[in-house]
Design a protein around this ligand. Structure first.
Ligand code: PGA
Length: 256
């Protein structure tokens, strides 16, 4: 894992945006895995500001609530169009977001996995992390080999997401999410985390044992992961000084 710690969220987002932009320059028809929630908003704003060419880009989103109408303001369909897709020249047919209203959820999930494979696999997957260590909506004790499927959210995640829905009760309890196994097949993962409330989850994911109790810790087994943090999210990392040292001493060709 490459841990990139920046003083501010904005600085960390700028690094993350340069990583994505480099990929799109090198591979204009890249397949991106995308995330929702508060975390990737700054990255998406930075990418919009870069005026990149998205005309050949294909995207797959990590997850979606089950049962929310697609037009609901808190659906991840609405989120993605509002915060990224309507601002870039992406082709609508290249956008893939799980269908939380699919009649046959297991069949839909298997087809989603097929679509990812048919597209050539995900080149770069953007990830946030839950306060409980979830990536996508793979809650603690998710199988580390899991694929796209239905999950039931933890009470903690419902509490965390109540801010978007006005109350905890209004948060849908079920979601479709790519599995940890799906995420592990992305060629590169880019995990973002900001704020002190993510510091424990990040410390466990980066420096703790690999365990399904912190699903993000599975990324320790992935060959290419970058973790972009602001200082507060990095505050519980025991080796933060080492990670800063590594970043400050990168060979020129490795600098984003
Ligand atoms: P957040 O959620 O970005 O809204 O903090 C992260 C997550 O649940 O993965």
């Amino acid at each position: 894992m490459e841990i990139i710690i920046q003083a501010t969220q904005q600085a960390a987002n700028e690094v993350a945006a340069r990583i994505v932009a480099r990929l799109l320059h090198e591979k204009p028809n890249a397949v991106l895995g995308l995330a929702t929630g508060s975390t990737p908003l700054g990255l998406y704003q930075a990418l919009i500001g870069m005026n990149l060419d998205w005309s050949q880009v294909t995207t797959f989103n990590l997850d979606e609530y089950i049962g929310l109408p697609r037009e609901h303001p808190q659906s991840y369909h609405s989120f993605m169009w509002e915060n990224l897709f309507q601002h870039v020249n992406i082709a609508k047919e290249n956008v893939h977001i799980p269908d939380g209203n699919a009649e046959d959820i297991p069949k839909f999930c298997a087809a989603y996995e097929d679509q990812i494979r048919t597209a050539g696999g995900i080149d770069l997957q953007v990830l946030g992390i839950g306060t409980d260590g979830h990536i996508g909506f793979n809650e603690p004790t998710s199988s580390l080999a899991s694929r796209t499927r239905i999950k039931t959210l933890t009470q903690q995640t419902c509490k965390d997401n109540a801010r978007f829905f006005g109350s905890e009760e209004a948060v849908p309890k079920h979601v479709i999410t790519m599995g940890i196994g799906t995420i592990m097949e992305a060629r590169q993962n880019l995990l973002l985390a900001f704020g002190d409330n993510k510091s424990s989850a990040i410390a466990e994911a980066v420096e703790g044992p690999i365990t399904s109790i912190n699903p993000a810790s599975a990324l320790q087994m992935h060959p290419l992961v970058k973790v972009c943090l602001d200082d507060p999210a990095a505050s519980k990392l025991q080796r933060a000084d080492y990670y800063r040292w590594v970043y400050d001493n990168k060979p020129a060709w490795q600098i984003f």
